[in-house]
Design a protein around this ligand. Structure first.
Ligand SMILES: Cc1ncc(C[n+]2csc(CCOP(=O)(O)OP(=O)(O)O)c2C)c(N)n1
Ligand SMILES: [Mg+2]
Length: 663
């Protein structure tokens, strides 16, 4: 018996699983050609042994992440073909309720954290799932394991690099499973990578194993060994499975980049034929194998027939899938006592984190210097000493950090990750824009995505164009995100605690100019509802809508105008998105005039959205044009005199209000 050799009944089982993938995808190819499957389809025919072998040692509770070529991975992990076929036919009964399609098949309950339309995006998400497994094992020997599937092309992505570095550093329980099929889209591997995969793995300190990806017994042997050792506490492993896809990169690919001979060569190494020949040699009757094939065919035909009969998704699924229902939080009726305790915004952040870390063992905090370093603004000081395993200092790898949040949330943790400056959004935007914001939607509401990204911004101290930006509009434009910008220490505390308890991805944006600001300290159980604005100053002549530090400038402007007989009402949005339209419209009805003041540049900023709300829903209330006070559309300048001109303040708001009430 060879080292790799499986018991015959196990090899027969593996053969059946490969046949299921083959027949499923052959049928999908036909349905795509006939126009029954819309969108993009990438088939893995020829690669079945790597999918089946990689998932072989996994339990339901273990996790995989996949890529655009993910049908085989999902079936091998245990997803039944019936809901998957229904998904491809865009039916309500599909795995993702018709909101995902081929590139986004997922079922978190089966440990399938998703195929993914963004190359390499699943790898940092796998890191988050692996952190969850590591935290839950608490140093014990029987850890859950995560297998991240990706192609040779994905190894050139930054997301891969950050995730590999972090996993090796933290010894996360995961397998980097590279299906090297020789091509990334149309480009051969030699045009993509200057060094072999083994050299890359060594560069990260990852253990490396290569395997014939068309030999299911060989893949099972390598993976069984790797997974056993990882469960026992060994670090992550990079497995390179050499294989080949028979179909084009996508269905319809003209395949100009490869020869018929090359394809024929690989087809002679068909993973199903290899397994079949071995089974025959080991005495399994040909009839038995034909029976397995016939069973698989019948099952797939029935899946197609059922999917065709199934209803199309109802339009209501669109709205219901974006946000998870928020827990009811009432507006607090706390009134600070005149001689009550005072605290600073920075204390509010620390105390809110401390409260939530104490309240739930599922909460963890990760980011650059948030642990031992206590954060660059000293916001998390002291927390690491209490929870060394849940305060995680990370390398400067913001994509990997956001992946920890996405994968951790899907695995049921409550991640609170830090983006040191809001400006650094650019280096990790995919994990926020395409993963955190969309995975609940694309899984038809199934994926848990309760996470918080804490960050800060704040112009006015010559921090320059790359450390000052108020980018809330960029985030508010993305359906699925909740964007919070508190303006007081008490709100910071109450909103941050609510954000951590919220089942949606929340970007929590603090203003660093206010970290030292003092204000009344609310009781420990103080919560402020998300999505609710607050009238912070009542008035009758004009409404000012503002957010974050600009609220204080707006209130100061309103106070300055009061002696001149101008009564301005000031609304603090607190949550930018979703926007509290009711509070704005109710105020507008009273005052008939609207000014919006914010720190993000004027053009395409949140003021434009609020102006559109007023122009349509508030049209009959308006007695004057809507005005905006916000910086001009240039990056923020360094020179203090220029920045002072650039940034709105109480004087510019006051001037605008005076002009507006005269219209
Ligand atoms: C970030 C990103 N860049 C480019 C693409 C377009 N694209 C989709 S798959 C692919 C090739 C991926 O190659 P590989 O990782 O080797 O996987 P394979 O297709 O060979 O299975 C490309 C370029 C994408 N979806 N995402
Ligand atoms: Mg490839």
């Amino acid at each position: 018996m060879l080292d790799n050799e499986l018991p015959t009944d196990s090899l027969l089982e593996a053969y059946g699983r490969m046949a299921l993938i083959r027949v499923f995808e052959e049928r999908v190819s036909e349905l795509y050609r006939d126009g029954e499957v819309p969108g993009f389809v990438h088939l893995s025919i020829g690669q079945e042994a790597s999918a089946v072998g990689a998932c072989w040692p996994l339990a339901v509770t273990d996790v995989i992440t996949s890529n655009h070529r993910g049908h085989g991975h999902c079936l091998a992990k245990g997803l039944p073909p019936e809901p998957m076929m229904a998904e491809l036919l865009a039916r309500a009964t599909g795995t993702n309720r018709g909101l995902g399609g081929s590139m986004h098949i997922a079922d978190p309950d089966l440990g399938i954290f998703g195929a993914n339309g963004i190359v390499a995006a699943g790898v940092p998400i796998a890191g988050g799932a692996a952190l969850a497994a590591q935290l839950r094992a608490r140093g014990g020997a029987d850890s859950g394991v995560v297998v991240s599937f990706f192609g040779d092309g994905a190894v050139a992505q930054g997301a891969f690099h950050e995730a590999a570095n972090l996993a090796a550093l933290w010894r996360l329980p995961m397998v980097f499973f590279c299906e090297n099929n020789g091509y990334a889209e149309f480009s051969p591997i030699a045009d993509q990578h200057p060094v072999p995969m083994a050299a890359r793995a060594a560069g990260y300190g990852l253990e490396y194993a290569s395997v014939d990806g068309n030999d299911v017994e060989a893949v099972i042997a390598v993976m069984t060994d790797a997974v056993r050792r990882i469960r026992a506490g060994a670090g992550p492993v990079f497995v390179e499975a050499t294989t080949y896809r028979w179909h084009g990169h996508y269905e319809g690919d003209p395949e100009k980049y490869r020869s018929g001979e090359e394809l024929a060569e690989w087809q002679r190494r068909d993973p199903l034929v290899i397994a079949r020949v071995r089974l025959l040699r080991r005495g399994v009757e040909r009839d038995k194998l034909d029976w397995v094939d016939a069973q698989v065919r019948a099952r797939i035909e029935a899946a197609v027939a059922a999917a065709r009969q199934a209803p199309r998704p109802d339009v209501s699924v669109l709205r219901s899938s974006v946000y998870a229902p928020r827990p009811a939080v009432a507006e607090p009726d706390w009134k600070p006592a005149p001689d009550g305790e005072i605290f600073r915004t920075m204390d509010a952040v620390r105390l809110a984190l401390e409260g939530e870390l104490e309240a739930s063992p599922e909460v963890f905090v990760a980011g650059v210097d948030v642990g031992k370093g206590g954060n660059v603004f000293a916001l998390t000081r002291g927390l690491y000493a209490k929870w060394p395993d849940r305060l995680r200092d990370t390398p400067i790898s913001e994509t990997a950090v956001m992946g920890l949040a996405v994968g951790g949330a899907m695995a049921g943790l409550t991640p609170v990750v830090e983006l040191m400056y809001l400006d650094f959004l650019g280096v990790c935007f995919d994990q926020i824009l395409n993963q955190a914001a969309k995975l609940r939607f694309m899984t038809g509401g199934k994926a848990r995505m309760g996470l918080v990204i804490r960050t800060q911004f704040g112009g006015g101290r010559s921090s320059g164009s790359q450390h000052s930006q108020s980018l809330e509009a960029l985030l508010a434009h993305v359906p699925g995100l909740t964007v919070v910008m508190p303006s007081t220490p008490a709100d910071t505390y109450g909103l941050l605690r609510s954000a951590i308890r919220d089942p949606n991805p929340v970007v929590f944006i603090e203003n660093r100019q206010m970290y030292g600001m003092k204000g009344p300290k609310p009781p420990a159980d103080y919560l402020v509802p998300l999505g609710k604005a607050k009238v912070v100053r009542e008035g009758t002549d004009v409404t000012v809508v503002s957010v974050s530090r600009m609220v204080h400038e707006a209130v100061a402007a309103a106070e300055a105008l009061a002696p001149r007989g101008i009564s301005a009402e000031v609304i603090d949005l607190r949550t930018v998105a979703p926007l509290d339209k009711e509070t704005i419209l109710a105020s507008l009805k009273k005052t008939s005039r609207l000014l919006i003041a914010h720190e993000g540049v004027t053009d395409f900023g949140i003021g434009a959205e609020i102006a559109a709300l007023a122009a349509y829903d508030g049209f009959w209330s308006l007695d004057a044009p809507v005005m905006r006070v916000a910086p001009p559309p240039t990056p923020s300048p360094y020179a203090p005199n220029l920045e002072k001109r650039w940034l709105p303040d109480r004087e510019s708001i006051e001037r605008a209000l005076e002009a507006l009430v005269r219209v």
